[in-house]
Design a protein around this ligand. Structure first.
Ligand code: NAP
Ligand code: MG
Length: 446
């Protein structure tokens, strides 16, 4: 780092303070100015890390919006000459722009390649009333995912002292959830009385293909699911790319022995893409693609030591990601990244806006909200930006800030959610801002 530049910044300011004293002859002013200068010395001593390409910054709601500002003020901007293109995805601004801002932020992600997102409110009836919304706007994550056509990867942050319930899990298990179709886009019907239910495929030329679902002799229920090969292919490529990126093996599982058309198509698409596009690259990295049945996968996951990516169909991913996050400790220690098959990345925390803490905050009460997953969203995005721009200083900053987060917790300083689940008894519970300041102190002393 340019030592001379650093020293000059500090010396120039000291010189200005002396001039100020000479002109004003005010001792009080001199003492105050010197005090501020001493406090800021650390900042002057460090030349800020430069960025060449902006990150797409998506601000959000409630408690996470408060944390967002603390994180930028205390942990990012003192050290990085931060460049972002800012989009305010806070519910009020989404409402003002008829949700256009969400679409614009996703389009900007396609332009620049990397985004960092704060948690946002998905409106329900209560929120429409609370925020006097023009409409019940759609989930921003759903909108962004539809535009980027991505897969969401969720991984826990592991720290000593907050051990997973499963004793043999030593490394993170990353879940990749296919975010299109199946039961989430199914058509359903209640069958009130006896009758025949069929699947009918009407081709463009008008001809039909039929399959019997069930000949009902009594009341029942029926469901029609679908998926599309293009989406499964995108999912497969996102998973293979992410495995190569993170140098971890990829597991995938379905129930193809029972579902010989539907699930088998998933299995076949993954295998064909792997063999034709990824096998050699995986061999070169010494990682593997492993396919098995879903029930076998669950059994093996429980016995494994972690350190791999587990690709799941939509429903399996929904269920298994909640199982993994609670077994690893806390939703507040779970990171999430949306990866598109074209190589666009959007980083965020896996948790929501922590509404209950926000209402306490609004009442002026102290909160102890865990900012680690949101900090890791920033470091993930900055590291990826550094990687794409060949900016090793930025990548190192991201690594160091993550190390500082983990070290702070391992030193016993943490937020209430972690103090409740740790086996340690010598912990100091900090409030939301003091925890972030403690991370800053650790970072500055690394
Ligand atoms: P939440 O914000 O994830 O919080 C649920 C509870 O989990 C909190 O009340 C808190 O428990 C605990 N928690 C979560 N994150 C924490 C953290 N960082 N530090 C400490 N504790 C944490 O879920 P929610 O309250 O159901 O949802 C609130 C809003 O978030 C909703 O409007 C929802 O639409 C939105 N949401 C957004 C996203 C996203 O943008 N990705 C994801 C999910 C939900 P205690 O109260 O017991 O302390
Ligand atoms: Mg779920």
């Amino acid at each position: 780092m340019g030592l001379k530049v650093r020293e000059r910044g500090w010396r120039d300011t000291l010189f200005s303070v002396i001039i100020l004293y000479v002109v004003s002859k005010s001792r009080v002013l001199l003492v105050n100015a010197l005090n501020i200068l001493v406090q800021r010395k650390g900042v002057y001593e460090m030349e800020k890390i430069k960025m060449t390409t902006p990150l797409v910054e998506m601000d959000g709601d409630e408690m996470t919006r408060i944390l967002w500002k603390y994180i930028k003020d205390e942990l990012i901007e003192p050290f990085v000459d931060l460049k972002t293109e800012y989009y305010d995805l806070g519910l009020e601004h989404r409402n003002e722009t008829d949700d256009q801002v969400t679409i614009d932020s996703a389009e900007a992600t396609k332009k620049y390649g990397v985004a960092v997102k704060c948690a946002t409110i998905t409106p329900n009836a209560a929120r429409v009333e609370e925020y006097k919304l023009k409409e019940m706007w759609k989930s921003p994550n759903g909108t962004i995912r539809a535009i980027l056509d991505g897969t969401v990867f969720r991984a826990p942050i592991i720290v000593k002292g907050i051990d997973p319930c499963v004793r043999n899990w030593k490394k993170p298990i990353t879940i990749a959830r296919h975010a299109y179709g199946d039961v989430y886009k199914a058509s359903e019907m209640k069958i009130p009385a006896p009758g025949k239910v069929e699947l009918v495929y009407t081709k463009e030329d008008g001809s039909e293909e039929r399959v019997l679902v069930h000949e009902f002799k009594e009341a029942g229920v029926v469901q029609g699911q679908h998926n599309i090969c293009g989406s499964i292919e995108s999912f497969a490529r996102s998973c293979f790319n992410f495995a190569l990126d993170s140098k971890q093996s990829l597991w995938f599982a379905t129930k193809d022995t029972i579902s010989k058309q539907y699930d088998h198509t998933f299995k076949d698409i993954f295998q064909e893409i792997f063999d034709s596009e990824y096998k050699e690259k995986f061999d070169a990295e010494g990682i593997e693609y492993f396919y098995t049945l879903i029930d076998d996968a669950v059994a093996r996951v429980m016995k494994s030591e972690g350190g791999f990516i587990w690709a799941c169909k939509n429903y399996d991913g929904d269920v298994m990601s909640d199982m993994l996050s609670s077994a690893f400790g806390s939703l507040a220690m779970m990171t999430s990244v949306l990866v598109s098959p074209q190589g666009y990345y959007e980083y965020e925390a896996a948790h929501g806006t922590v509404q209950r803490h926000y209402y306490k905050h609004l009442k002026g009460e102290e909160t102890s909200t865990n900012s680690v997953a949101t900090i890791f969203a920033w470091t993930g995005a900055l590291r990826k930006r550094g990687e794409l721009d060949g900016n090793s200083n930025l990548m190192k900053f991201a690594d160091d800030l993550e190390t500082a987060c983990i070290k702070t917790i391992e030193d016993g300083k943490m937020t209430g959610d972690l103090a409740r689940i740790t086996e340690r008894t010598d912990t100091t519970v900090l409030n939301s801002l003091d925890f972030i300041k403690a991370i800053r102190e650790t970072y500055e002393n690394l």
